[in-house]
Design a protein. Structure first.
Length: 384
């Protein structure tokens, strides 16, 4: 039978992602893998036990579309405690199938054909395809090459009558920087008299270092009133494979979000929600995460301090950027490939996340790894 003629792709420019390409090459060459953004250690057995218990006790059928109420309630009280804003668990919180789904649903809900969406580059790779599938146009604002800060003047210039949404990410993947309060205040001023919706990707909200605080958009009145915030329990509790997180937004925005959510996901696994509702009762389970990852960052950076790589310590997330320009003039993709094939170490080159693939000779290493993995990686880097 002849195949039906396929309509043209909605994502003609999307190729295999750099994560898949690097991951496949790393497996082929049995490389130490600091490329993929997930832990190589297990989650807390207590949390796993709570999920098993919920399953054994029969919590195995559909959950309510918004998520289990006890889970939404504890999310509300966590945000109130940390950022002093109350999101009503009945109307302003949805449990989602991971941040990727929350981000996709938020974009589908609010972005129409021809709408512009401002994306700060380098950007996590799920934003722009979601914008394109929904007929939107991504307007890129590239971070400075020297210190990866936002040029807010340039940003302001790009906000116009067609801007429907702005997407921010703090702590930032792949850069490992956080937005300061002054960044948030500038953003608030720029958006003040607009109808722009802010989508704030805060999946690394609990991974902030050196005594700094996570500046959630929920801390800023005017920003909070126009924002959907996405978070990920996968990142917070070392269970990226569970694909579960939450979105919060003011009632009207959340109502619109849920209209779409109920038809593309409806609800997410019930036993996991049960377990998380109990696990979140102990604040240290998430409040200690910054110290936990700071120790890993410091271990890794101390181990490579005598190498020829240059770096500024990551401020948040579990990623560290390093500058290899003293070692090679190869492009970052070539150099990353060479590291895998010739030195058996995998990391992510940054250029594919930048506007026009700007190559700053930067590589991203994930330090959500056991000390022995970090040690092996450091040994290789020190010999380069
Ligand atoms: C910045 C950022 N946003 C979103 C996600 C996706 O999170 P989830 O696994 O919960 O879908 C990731 C995962 O790497 C991320 O780094």
């Amino acid at each position: 039978m002849p195949l039906p003629q396929l309509p043209s792709s909605k994502l003609p420019n999307v190729k295999t992602t750099i994560f898949t390409t690097v991951g496949n090459l790393a497996r082929k060459h049995k490389a130490v893998d600091l490329s993929q953004g997930f832990p190589d250690f297990e989650a807390d057995p207590e949390l796993i036990g709570l999920v098993s218990k919920a399953m054994m006790e029969g919590h195995n059928q559909y959950a309510p579309m918004q998520g289990l109420l006890p889970l939404r309630e504890i999310i509300a009280s966590k945000i109130k405690k940390l950022h002093n804003r109350f999101y009503n668990p009945k109307t302003e919180i949805t449990v989602i199938a991971g941040a990727t789904q929350g981000i996709y649903t938020a974009i589908s809900t609010f972005v129409n054909e021809g709408d512009e969406v401002i994306v700060i580059k380098p950007a996590y790779d799920c934003y722009e395809p979601a914008i394109a599938v929904n007929g939107g146009i991504a307007i890129q604002v590239q971070l400075n090459a020297q210190d990866y800060t936002v040029n807010w003047e340039e940003f302001k210039f790009k906000v116009g009558p067609k801007t429907r949404m702005v997407i921010i990410n703090t702590p930032h993947n792949p850069i490992g920087r956080i937005f300061a309060k002054s960044d948030m205040l500038q953003l608030q001023e720029i958006l003040r008299d607009t109808n722009v919706i802010l989508l704030s990707d805060e999946v690394y909200e609990h991974i902030v270092f050196d005594g700094e605080e996570h500046q959630s958009v929920s801390r800023f009145n005017d920003l909070a009133s126009r924002s959907i915030i996405c978070s990920s329990f996968g990142k917070t509790f070392h269970v990226t494979g569970w694909k579960i997180g939450y979105c919060v937004a003011p009632k009207e925005l959340m109502h619109a979000f849920q209209k779409v959510h109920q038809f593309n996901v409806f609800c997410v696994p019930r036993p996991v929600q049960h377990a998380l509702a109990t696990y979140l009762e102990t604040g240290s389970h998430y409040l200690d995460l910054g110290a936990f990852y700071q120790a890993k960052r410091d271990f890794f950076l101390d181990a490579i301090k005598d190498s020829r790589l240059k770096f500024t310590p990551s401020q948040g997330s579990y990623f560290q950027l390093v500058d290899y320009s003293a070692l090679s003039e190869q492009s970052d993709e070539e150099f990353a490939k060479h590291l895998i094939i010739d030195h058996k170490l995998a990391c992510i080159p940054i250029s594919s996340f930048n506007t026009h693939s700007r190559d700053d000779k930067m590589l991203r290493f994930c330090f959500a790894k056991k000390e022995e993995t970090l040690e092996k990686a450091a040994e290789i880097l020190n010999l380069l």
